[in-house]
Design a protein around this ligand. Structure first.
Ligand code: UT7
Length: 334
């Protein structure tokens, strides 16, 4: 049986550090409020010299290098983002050009904060069907240009950051190698699409996708019903985690590391304590990077791999929840 396996990881964040104190200069907020509600201390923002494809390229090259493969050896690129380089074509096409890959397929996948896991599932399906042997999977976000840095936008502006993470997913048909993706489960609930969204520009509007008036009203900035999202996140994340563990034939206690989407430290603490998971099994980087949506999980994965916290043979469960709503878990034997 063909199983897919992550053979390289990479991440990249822009250099510019924006602290909670920096944000408190621009809106009515405080370091105390942000840390207490979310666990975030600082995040990275682009400074005008880098765009999403720059972030994605760095992360992708690190992942390819770790996997020991060249860009000309991959069969496809799946890139998850909610903050694309341009309206169309997707960021993946700009990355395709940057990497100088042959005429392999690439596309963007839009599943917001669960986008990386949805992309991993897509790449896994290509590999298990035999259509591809090696796929580059990227999560990449530049949120900072889509947030409202004023008191009106403070509930979202303080939460999100810029960054990219990537993995190389390969076919593992070695009879002795038990490592790889054991199970992945994905869900969505479109009825809550407007609870966390950027409304405009959009083709839903006529005769133009965005107007000056809509911009004055701030309808091109992220809007969220925070409490509602929080409540659903802490319900759905344990649900899908248990579902994927069952599918993988593993138990909660067997898992060595839980990589939760980095939306809010309080959400992850709530999920861990409700399931009786020890906090030391739940690494986080939200305090340094904020919520990087589709990039959060691959960034955290790269950190634990390079930091030696995830070792061959160990089991890791990755769980996300986000706009859509979407939620997902992947269980991987490293
Ligand atoms: O990545 C996708 C998934 N996203 C999430 O999972 C995020 C889920 N939601 C959350 O993490 C939390 O709901 C937040 C961190 C966004 C907000 O925390 P909360 O405890 O739910 O606060 P709240 O929205 O109920 O707001 C409480 C108060 C309000 O003031 P009043 O009405 O009580 O006077 C807000 O206006 O806090 C105020 N507030 C702020 N105050 C200082 C909202 N944002 C800020 C801010 N600084 N940045």
């Amino acid at each position: 049986m063909i199983r897919s396996k992550i053979t390289g990881t990479g991440m990249y964040v822009p250099e510019r550090v924006v602290t909670n104190h920096d944000l408190a200069q621009r809106m009515e907020t405080s370091d105390e409020w942000i840390q207490q509600r979310s666990g975030i201390v600082e995040r990275r923002h682009v400074d005008g010299t880098e765009t999403p494809v720059d972030l994605a390229e760095h992360a992708a090259r690190h992942a390819l290098e770790a996997a020991g493969v060249g860009p000309d050896e991959i069969d496809g690129i799946v890139l998850a983002t909610l903050s694309p380089q341009h309206e169309f074509p997707g960021t993946s096409f700009f990355l395709h050009h940057r990497l100088g890959v042959p005429e392999i397929p690439c596309f963007d996948l839009r599943a917001q904060c669960s986008g990386f896991l949805f992309s991993l599932a897509t790449a896994d399906a290509f590999i298990r069907s035999g259509q591809m042997r090696r796929v580059l999977v990227v999560g990449c976000e530049v949120h900072s240009t889509g947030l409202e840095f004023s008191t009106r936008g403070r509930d979202t502006a303080v939460l999100f950051g810029d960054g990219a993470g990537a993995v190389v997913l390969e076919a593992n048909d070695g009879a002795d190698d038990r490592s790889g993706l054991l199970a992945i489960r994905l869900h969505a609930q479109g009825e809550h699409a407007k609870r966390l969204w950027i409304e405009a520009p959009g083709s839903a509007f006529w005769p133009e996708r965005i107007t000056k008036q809509m911009m004055d009203e701030g309808r091109h900035f992220a809007r969220m019903e925070g409490r509602f999202v929080f409540k659903h996140a802490v319900t759905r994340m344990p649900e899908v985690l248990r579902e994927a563990l069952d599918a993988a034939g593993t138990k909660l206690d067997d898992i060595d590391l839980f990589l939760f989407h980095q939306a809010n430290l309080r959400i992850n603490e709530f999920v861990a304590s409700s399931l009786g998971i020890a906090p030391e099994k739940c690494p986080s980087n939200i305090e340094r990077y904020g919520n990087c949506s589709a990039a959060s999980i691959p960034m955290l994965l790269d950190e634990v791999v390079r930091g030696g916290r995830l070792r061959p043979g160990q089991l890791v469960a990755m769980t996300a929840f986000g706009s859509g709503f979407t939620w997902a878990t992947a269980v991987v034997r490293w």
